[in-house]
Design a protein around this ligand. Sequence first.
Ligand code: ATP
Ligand code: MG
Length: 412
Amino acid sequence: MQPPRGMHDLLPEVFKVHKFITETALVIGQHYGFQPMSTPLVESMDVFCRSLGDVSDIVSKEMYELIQKGSERLVIRPEGTAGIARSVISNGLTQSLPLKFISYGPMFRYERPQKGRTRQFHQISVELFGFPGSLGDLEVITMAYDFLRALGLEKRVTLELNTLGDKESRDAYRTALVDYFTGYKDKLSEDSLIRLEKNPLRILDSKDEGDRAIITGAPLLKDHLNETSRKLFDEVKEGLDTLGIPYKLNPHLVRGLDYYCHVAFEFTTDELGAQSAVLAGGRYDGLMALLGGPEIPGVGWACGLERLALMIDAPEESNGNIALIIGDEDSRLKGLQIAHSLRNGGFTIEPILGSNLGKQLKKADKSGAQYALIMGSEEMARGEVTVKNLKEGSQQSVAFEQITPYFQKESS
Ligand code: ATP
Ligand code: MG
C-alpha cells in the first residue's frame, strides 16, 4: 500500500520540522497581533471559481472535486485566502475591521509532483483585512521577514518585490501586453494563447521555457503606473529601506491569481531548483467584492512548509528524558504512579521494556534518556526509588515522595 501520488506521510522527523516552523510563525504572528483561525478543508467550488478566475492554473486544472450526493459542487481547498475571505463574509465580520488572521494547514492541488511540489502540501498564511495603503503591506512583509529570520533563513532567501498597480494602471498595461504578445502568437504555448485572450498578465507567470524567452522582452508594468500606484509602491520601498529589510525589484513578478493588485512579493531561494518561491503574497483589494462582500482591502501571504522543511532542521529538543525501569509485577503500580506524578510535574518519562535490568539499562541508554528510574522489589521495601544518571554513571536512592522535587532540582 502506498499513499496517493504526490502525497506524503509526515513521519516524526519531518513533522517536528513542520511543528517548529508553525510554532515560530504563531509566535511572530502574535507579536503583530495576528489571531489564529482556520476554515474547513472543503469549500463550495464557487468560492475558488469566483475569486481565482476560470483561467487560473488552480481552477482550470489543479482542483480536487469531491464526488458526493446532492447538487452542491465541493472541492478540497487548493489555497487558503479565498476560504478565509468567505469566512469573514459568512460570519458577518466585515464590520469589525481591521481583521488580522494567521492560519495553517494542508492544501491540495493536482499538479506534477517534483521536489518541493506535492499534491498535498502545507501552508502557513497571514491575512490582513481593512488596512488600505502601504502600512498593511509593510506589516505583512515585515512579519514574513521576521518569521524567516527566526528560522535562520534571512541570508538564504531574497525578497523580490513588484507592483501590479491599480486597475487603471493594469488596464493600460494590459493593452501594451496584448500588442506585444500578439506579435508572438505563433510561438506562445497553448496555455498562454488562452491567457492572451482572457488574462494576458498571467502570461508573465508562465513556466513554459519558450514563453519565458518571449517574456524577457515584454513591456513592463512600471512604465504604465499611474501616480497613485507609483506613490503606494514608493511608500512600501521606503518603509522596507527604513526597517533595513533588503529586497530586489523584479518587474516580471506577478501573482498567479486574479485578485491581486499593487504590491506583489516573493521570498525566493536558489536552493530548491525550479521550486524557488518559499513564501509569496500581495495585496488583494478586489477579493471580498468578488465573493459578494463589501469592498474591503486585503493583503497577505502564504508559505509552503514542504519547501521550508527542505531548508532547515528542527532544533534539538533538550533531552531531559527519564526511562522507567520496572523490576517486577509487585512494583509495577508504584512505578506507574511515580511516572504519573512526574509527568504531571512536566517531565517526560517512558517505560522501558525488557527481560532483565541489564538489558533495560542498555536500552534506556540507547534511547537517549538522561536518567533511569529503577523500581523493583528492593525499592518497594525501602520506600525509595533508584535513580541512575546514565550520562555520569552515578546512582542514588530517592524517597518516593521526594522524586518530583529531586528532578526539579536536577533540571534547574
Ligand atoms: P508555484 O509558482 O511554485 O506553483 P504558486 O504561485 O502556485 O507557486 P501560491 O499559490 O502563491 O504558489 O502558494 C504560496 C506558496 O505555497 C508557494 O510559494 C510555495 O511555497 C507553496 N506551494 C504552492 N504550491 C505548492 C505545491 N504544490 N507543493 C508544495 N508547496 C507549494
Ligand atoms: Mg502553482
